[in-house]
Write a protein that binds this ligand. Structure first.
Ligand SMILES: Cc1cc2nc3c(=O)[nH]c(=O)nc-3n(C[C@H](O)[C@H](O)[C@H](O)COP(=O)(O)O)c2cc1C
Length: 245
């Protein structure tokens, strides 16, 4: 099947296989490390509460009812509810030496992903673009004003995103993982992103909010909205979340 084997994705997969006595695809020490956490020191900070709502259904019920949702009610999310969602994706839950472990696993505990929020309806939070400061457990306001419509357009016109209470946008800072795992890193970074998104969707379900993952977007447009360069840091994955009705 030459049309499959000649494809870029297939070649990447083949050339990043680990094998005994094979090429060292995991080792690229010439890629310099970078900071494990990103913050915007100049940005206004919004503290996130930790008194989030108790959630009722058991795990099996949440898994059973999760379905990608593309029709949302106007119900706003509480700030505590949003805090629970962020904690579920990237909350710090343990320490071993200099490693700060989190709710979702990450290859090598390197945590290459950053979370940005396009907020539309969250109580006590003006619509706008925010960055999640993982270590400080706070939001950093990057821009005010609704950007749901702009974001939906940048995601190949997926209109449901404009009607979400909040859109999560995950970027990767590739160097964090690549400095250790070299060519194989892109596999790991994408796997990391899947963990975050499922945690988000389950934490949403537990609060009566449904969501939809989004992988189809015009890369340059989403990177442009966030103000990231698309090379050192680039948008990788998104998810819309809103009331289930
Ligand atoms: C990596 C990935 C990318 C996706 N991208 C989109 C997308 O851009 N737009 C969309 O409407 N759904 C998207 N989805 C949702 C899938 O269509 C959905 O998960 C699938 O149909 C299974 O349905 P379920 O999630 O309700 O179980 C994506 C899902 C994944 C895992």
């Amino acid at each position: 099947m030459p049309e499959l084997t000649a494809s870029l994705g297939h070649r990447y997969f083949q050339e990043t296989k680990l094998a005994r006595n094979g090429p060292q695809v995991q080792r690229r020490p010439e890629i310099a490390r970078t900071e494990p956490f990103k913050t915007y020191p100049e940005a206004e900070k919004i503290a996130l509460p930790r008194d989030w709502p108790a959630t009722e259904p058991d795990l099996a019920a949440l898994l059973q009812q999760r379905r990608s949702l593309r029709k949302f009610t106007d119900q706003p999310l509480s700030l505590a509810g949003l805090a629970l969602l962020l904690w579920s994706c990237q909350g710090i839950t343990g320490r071993a030496g200099s490693y700060l472990f989190r709710t979702a696993p990450s290859a090598g505990a390197l945590y290459p992903l950053e979370t940005y929020l396009a907020v539309e309806r969250v109580e006590g939070l003006a619509p706008g673009l925010y960055h999640f400061d993982v270590q400080g457990f706070q939001l950093e306001r990057l821009r005010t004003g609704s950007l749901g419509a702009e974001l939906a357009a940048a995601c190949i016109g997926q209109g449901f995103m404009a009607r979400a209470a909040v859109n999560f946008i995950w970027t990767a800072i590739f160097r964090r993982t690549m400095a250790k795992y070299g060519h194989r890193s892109f596999r790991y970074i994408c796997l990391d992103a899947g963990h975050l998104c499922q945690n988000l969707l389950l934490a949403g379900e537990a609060q009566g909010f449904g969501g939809c993952p989004v992988g189809a977007f015009f890369d340059g447009e989403v990177n442009g909205l966030l103000g990231v360069d698309g090379s050192e840091e680039a948008a990788l994955y998104l998810a819309s979340l809103g009331g289930r009705g």
